[in-house]
Write a protein of this length. Structure first.
Length: 268
């Protein structure tokens, strides 16, 4: 992604992005041969998280402390201090205090905020369910589960109304099906197995089918991805879709492409 695409996706200005680079809050990405910065999906994840934290009223130094502490403890402490300050202010900050109260409740009820915090209460509940499911399974959490949380946190803040509608449908369907999370973790594990596989590995089609089968009809019907965005070469992918697929190994990206095609066919 170019800097303008990154800024638009995160809902900030290009000047803000450059300022975060100058103060060391957002690492500088690699540059293309023409000198332009080349941003990936992980840059968008970090930038939207910085935006969410600053919208809560945190200063850039406080944001830096929060980002340095993945466990969420520093965020809880900073939010508590901020809440005490906001209590002394006027009506204009009442909505901010209500948001902080939600985050503090999440931290107290779940033993800490998720690494991707702050996120909406609905997404925080989903992340808590993911943590419980992961703890019940043998071995480390699949890498793909971590990527999924980062992507959902990105959509929670930066998505278009259509994408947010899709996210709401996904959260609703996951909450209504007791076995959905366990099946999702089975898919995450199978996606991890494709990390070093060839694009034509037979497992790619199998995993694509598993992904498509795990998505409810109403959620699948809301997926709006063009054929150009699914192209592997010669297409005209937008910045977000290109960054999304670049963030996955080739076989993993192909499995997602095939799964989207399967879901689109099902929706028709």
């Amino acid at each position: 992604m170019r800097i303008g695409e990154l800024a638009a996706l995160a809902g900030v200005t290009t000047r803000t992005v450059r300022h975060y680079h100058r103060v060391g809050l957002l690492p500088e990405p690699a540059r293309r041969v023409n000198g332009y910065r080349d941003y990936g999906l992980r840059d968008a994840v970090e930038l939207t998280r910085i935006r969410r934290l600053t919208e809560l009223g945190l200063g850039l130094d406080e944001v830096r402390d929060v980002l340095a502490d993945d466990a969420g403890k520093e965020l809880h402490e900073v939010l508590a201090e901020l809440d005490a300050d906001l209590a002394r202010q006027e009506e204009a900050i009442r909505s901010r205090r209500a948001r902080l109260a939600e985050l503090l409740e999440q931290a107290g009820a779940g033993g800490g905020l998720p690494a991707e915090a702050p996120v909406s209460p609905e997404l925080a509940a989903l992340f808590a369910e993911m943590a419980r499911t992961s703890a019940e399974l043998a071995g480390p959490e699949p890498t793909m589960a971590v990527k999924e949380r980062e992507l959902l946190a990105l959509l929670d803040t930066a998505a278009t109304p259509e994408a947010r509608s899709w996210l709401t449908g996904l959260l609703r369907s996951m909450g209504s099906d007791p076995g959905a999370m366990r099946r999702a973790y089975e898919v995450y594990a199978r996606m991890d197995e494709l990390a070093g596989a060839a694009v034509d590995d037979p497992r790619v089609a199998q995993v694509a089918r598993a992904i498509a089968d795990s998505v409810p009809d109403e959620v699948a019907a809301a997926i709006d991805v063009s054929g150009e965005d699914l192209a592997t070469a010669g297409g005209t992918q937008d910045g977000f879709m290109a960054a999304f697929f670049d963030d996955h190994a080739p076989a993993q990206a192909e499995a997602v492409r095939q799964a989207i095609r399967l879901m689109q066919e099902r929706a028709r």
